[in-house]
Design a protein around this ligand. Structure first.
Ligand code: NAD
Length: 411
């Protein structure tokens, strides 16, 4: 099967909204391509004495509303179309939740699991050396994404500050706390997803003990499982890159996390049945949470999804064809640009704290995050009624209007 181009899907999503809302045609045209695409290569001296060259990208999609913002992905399947799509989604995500930032994204085509710690550090520092003139707190601000984490952000910060000869912690977010990270950033993507899920549950009149299945058990997925469990939801299935597990009686996410840490996978967890990643997605449940990669819900399996609702913590997990099928089946889908915006919102808080060199408590961070997520959800929900459309299109309309206003104001 040919690889689905996520950038094409992203453009299709906007087209649908642009038509319904009557988006200014020059704005639509400008949003059809990124402002800048940077391709570069990072040489790394490997532990065996050889040199390996890694292909790297940074896409600065649109900065009409503020500095470009978006994570860095280290993954063997990452390519320029994926990074372009992710940068596009960041642009709309920041506008959906109304934070004053544009969209960007970075990536390296690499399997980081095959690198030693030293090689990974060299790659991370080399990535920043390649971009030293292109990023900055008022230009473009990276963060973690798939297979990158706070430790890598600290190496990247250190490299950037060494090159610039001063402290500039706002150049990167998702940092560890001792070097200017924000309280709550580690679990903020999931926390934002939980605030949105709780609003959705009110609309759907879901009862306590509603069942949840999560694909992907990394930063976004594992925290989602843990926080939802505390809120009284029952996690009945989870998966990672090696496969999934299902237990209709419920899984303890903390125990699953320990099991994954000691065995390398969620599979073979006591009391649960091993299933494939495809089976995880079609497990009957109230809420399905894709929290891994793009294009996992497609025209091929959309008809088999047995969830009542989908909350997209991953970016781009559903193709436009699948969207149509799910909408016709009456499955409510809360789109990525709303559902996973908690991460970038707390990244924005991190930048604000860095700029002031004054830090907030975890309670202060959460007290600021919750109303942003709740209000954004309700504004998007209101658009579904006004425009008689699905939540994704409604979110695009909400976001595109804000981007349109900024672009037109700039002339
Ligand atoms: P992560 O690296 O922490 O975790 C990724 C998880 O996906 C791992 O459990 C991995 O095993 C699993 N995975 C990889 N390939 C898979 C496959 N083929 N099938 C099933 N599972 C697979 O990454 P993350 O930060 O949790 O990101 C997950 C998704 O959430 C991505 O789409 C990312 O863009 C999105 N997201 C992350 C953040 C953030 O702040 N980290 C913010 C917004 C959106």
């Amino acid at each position: 099967m040919p690889k689905i181009n996520p950038f094409k899907s992203a453009q299709q999503q906007l087209d649908k909204a642009a038509q319904l809302m009557g988006l200014d045609s020059t704005v639509r045209e400008r949003l059809s391509m990124p402002k800048r695409e940077i391709h570069f290569y990072v040489p790394v001296n490997m532990d065996d004495g050889s040199t390996k060259i890694f292909e790297a990208y940074r896409v600065q999609y649109d900065d009409s509303r503020g500095p470009n913002k978006g994570g860095i992905r280290f993954h063997p399947a990452t390519d320029i179309n994926e990074v372009k799509a992710l940068a596009f989604w960041m642009t709309f995500k920041c506008a959906t939740v109304g934070i004053p930032l544009g969209g960007g994204k970075g990536g390296v085509t690499v399997d980081p699991k095959r690198l030693s710690e030293r090689e990974l550090e060299q790659l991370s520092r080399g990535f920043i050396r390649g971009l030293r003139a292109d990023i900055g707190p008022d230009k473009d601000v990276p963060a973690p994404d798939v297979y990158t984490n706070p430790k890598i952000m600290a190496w990247m910060l250190d490299e950037y500050e060494t090159l610039h000869g001063r402290h500039l912690p706002g150049v990167i977010t998702g940092k560890p706390l001792p070097v200017g990270g924000s309280a709550g950033r580690g679990y903020s993507t999931a926390q934002g997803g939980v605030y949105v899920t709780l609003e959705l549950a009110k609309k759907m009149k879901l009862k306590k003990g509603a069942t949840v299945v999560i694909q992907g058990f990394g930063n976004a997925g594992s925290y989602m499982a843990k926080i939802l469990t505390k809120k009284g939801y029952k996690i009945i299935g989870v998966s990672d890159s090696r496969g999934g597990i299902v237990n209709p009686k419920g899984l303890d996410p903390v125990a699953v996390e320990k099991h994954k840490a000691s065995t390398g996978s969620v599979q073979n967890f006591a009391g649960a049945k091993n299933v494939t990643n495809a089976q995880v997605l079609t497990t009957p449940c109230d809420i399905l949470v894709p929290a891994a990669l793009e294009n996992v819900i497609t025209a091929d399996n959309a008809g088999k999804i047995k969830a009542k609702a989908i909350v997209e913590l991953a970016n781009g997990p559903t193709t436009p064809e699948a969207d149509e099928k799910l909408y016709k089946k009456g499955i409510i889908l809360v789109p990525d640009i709303l559902a996973n915006a908690g991460g970038v919102t707390v990244s924005y808080f991190e930048q604000v704290q860095n700029a002031y060199n004054y830090y907030w408590s975890e309670q202060e961070v959460l007290a600021k995050l919750e109303p942003i997520m709740v209000d954004s959800f309700n504004a998007v929900w209101a658009n579904t009624v006004k425009y008689n459309c699905d939540l994704r299109t409604a979110a695009y309309i909400h976001a595109a209007r804000r981007i349109e206003q900024a672009m037109l104001a700039r002339g």
